[in-house]
Design a protein around this ligand. Structure first.
Ligand code: PEP
Ligand code: MG
Length: 588
């Protein structure tokens, strides 16, 4: 936090949704019901206490249903609120609260509070950031029930009647959907990370958001003038005249540039010496497809399919999966859609699981390891993918491959699945391209063996950096060491691309490293073909590709390989290509 002479305050948080907005703060009081007292219930009153809890849940459900009906299309599609409706009846929350009332003979409020505290503790141990952040769903849902139990008044965000920037500890999807979006310029929260709902929703609605600021609600007062820069993760409170002028200029510049590069983004992406590239989008929710198309994406390079498995009792059915894949494929056709199979640690995928928690889930039964251990879950997804493949250009990507055996087993199951579909006489497509994520160091080492079994590689730098440099990707304390340009990482990427070229298969990148236009020349120079990234990053990367020649990029890449540190490489790239990149897109 910086404080300048004229008392403007700068806070740094996580850049959850890009863009700049300038406006007045509107503080949302969403602390939940804070003081809960415990009292004992007589045996004869237990039934009515349970009934009181059930009624509160029922009322919460009615409230949520009303919110769903009145919420904008983009949010309805996100199905976050439907997930919350399901969570209301989840065994973990609903069942355990009733059990606690009955066994411990305590009031419903206390039972609910105890159960939520236990669930929160279990989630906080998870190393997977995405899953850890899903605890907020439980908190939002229980907060809703608690308010109904104690009869607390819910502030109606729908009543906001001026253009404001929302400032809150956290914003639940239910809150967001009540808001009149035309009135909201931006969002600022204390909690949350890039994959929190606030981030996902703000990106879907294309409003700037900075999250994870920790102290925003303490430092910002209602009606304070704010500048929110969602691209760099900066919030400036009560800016000085100079800062205001500077950011007004930046905002105009940003919006003009976005408009131009987004228009250009539909053009072919060829380097000045004639090499054609495909720049695609990463999505987590089916409705993000719209953003990929708007930003000129040439396909979906990574469809993360975990979202449909989270916070629900049981697994999604084959038909449910088929429908959501079909939605994406039909909208994107004839462009390719790469569907990644479930990348999750099953224990955490199912809130109701009884399997003991793992001490180190990042190194545990995750992704393909989980799928091979639970072939019935894997088969259902594979059946849905092969059936969806009948509707467009679909490819399959296997995450977290760390051994040769895993890819062979995945292929065997894929073959078996195709046979069962044939037997069931269901329309589907066989022999669709199969890829392996290269995101574990062992996969880089045996890339030659894996290449013999697949049609393409997709490099996942988010995990590759985590595992190669031994840096927990969700741990702020070591985030300064998380360096995509580290020579170890660059050598791994280069080896993977070299093997792919020698073996005649394609090599893509879908990790966050692909988002940064300053790195694009280096990636092309190392031999990467298709790139996939956050939809909003597509136009700037496409523009970079069109501005450079592959032969220059190869020369620079040779210079980079003589560097011993990430910093030296960064300087070479900045020197060569910095002028082609907007300042705020250059991150050291
Ligand atoms: C990666 O690891 O780089 C990747 C793209 O996958 P995820 O971020 O979903 O783990
Ligand atoms: Mg990964």
């Amino acid at each position: 936090m910086n404080k300048s002479a004229d008392s403007e305050i700068t806070l740094k948080g996580i850049n959850a949704s890009p863009g700049i907005c300038i406006g007045r703060a509107y503080l949302v009081d969403r602390e939940g019901v804070e003081v809960i007292n415990k009292y004992c219930i007589l045996e004869k009153h237990i039934k009515s206490e349970v009934k009181r809890f059930k009624t509160a849940v029922q009322n919460a459900r009615t409230e949520l249903q009303a919110v769903i009906e009145n919420s904008p299309q983009a949010l309805q599609k996100a199905q976050i609120l439907e997930t919350h409706v399901l969570l209301l009846n989840d065994k973990l929350l609903y069942g355990r609260t009733i059990e606690t009332i009955e066994k411990e003979r305590v009031n419903a409020e206390w039972a609910l509070k105890t159960v939520v505290t236990q669930i929160k503790a279990a989630f906080e141990e998870m190393t997977d950031v995405y899953l850890r952040e899903r605890v907020s769903d439980i908190v939002h849902v229980s907060d809703l029930v608690m308010r109904n139990l104690v009869g607390a008044e819910v502030k109606d965000l729908g009543k906001i009647d001026k253009r404001v920037i929302l400032v809150a500890r956290d914003i639940s999807p239910a809150d967001t959907s009540q808001i009149n979006l035309e009135r909201i310029q931006g969002v600022v929260t204390d909690l949350g990370g890039k994959t929190s709902h606030t981030g996902i929703i703000a990106r879907a609605l294309e409003i700037p958001a900075v999250v994870g600021l920790e102290v925003a609600t303490r430092r910002i007062n209602n009606d304070d003038l704010l500048i929110v820069d969602g691209t760099t993760g900066t919030v400036i409170i009560q800016p000085s005249e100079n800062t205001l002028v500077e950011y007004e200029d930046r905002k105009i510049h940003y919006e003009r540039r976005q408009a131009v590069i987004t228009r250009e983004s539909r053009l072919e992406t060829k380097t000045s010496d004639g090499h054609l590239y495909r720049v695609m989008g990463n999505i987590e929710l089916p409705e993000e497809v719209v953003a990929v198309i708007n930003y000129g994406g040439d396909g979906i390079g990574l469809y993360r399919t975990e979202f449909q498995y989270l916070n629900r009792p049981g697994f999604p059915s084959e038909n449910e999966l088929l429908e959501s894949y079909k939605d994406v494929i039909e909208v994107m056709a004839p462009r390719p859609v790469i569907i990644r199979t479930l990348d999750i640690n099953g224990d955490k995928a199912l809130a109701t699981s009884t399997t003991p928690a793992e001490d180190n889930p990042a190194l545990g039964l995750r992704a393909i390891r989980y799928c091979l251990k639970h072939p019935e879950v894997f088969r259902t997804q594979l059946r849905a993918i092969l059936r969806a493949a009948a509707f467009g250009d679909v490819r399959i990507l296997i995450p977290m491959v760390s051994t040769y055996f895993e890819i062979c087993e995945a292929k065997r199951l894929l073959d078996d699945t195709a046979k069962t579909l044939k037997k069931d006489r269901l329309p589907h497509k066989r022999g669709i391209p199969l890829g392996a994520m290269i995101e574990v160091p062992s996969a880089v080492v045996i890339a030659d063996l894996i290449a013999d079994e697949v049609d393409f590689f997709s490099i996942g730098t988010n995990d590759l950096i985590q595992y190669a440099l031994a840096i927990d990707r969700g741990n702020r304390l070591v985030s300064h060491l998380y360096q995509p340009l580290d020579p170890a990482i660059l050598r791994m990427i280069k080896r993977t691309a070299d093997v792919a070229r020698d073996k005649g298969i394609k090599v893509h990148m879908c990790g966050e490293m692909a988002n940064s236009p300053l790195y694009t020349p280096l990636l092309l120079g190392m031999g990467l073909e298709d790139l996939s990234m956050n939809p909003q990053a597509i136009p700037a990367v496409k523009r970079m590709i069109r501005s450079i020649s592959l032969s220059d990029a190869r020369t620079i890449t040779q210079d980079v390989f003589a560097c011993k540190t990430a910093k030296q490489t960064f300087e070479i790239l900045r020197e060569a290509y910095g002028d082609l990149v907007e300042n705020h897109l250059i991150e050291e």
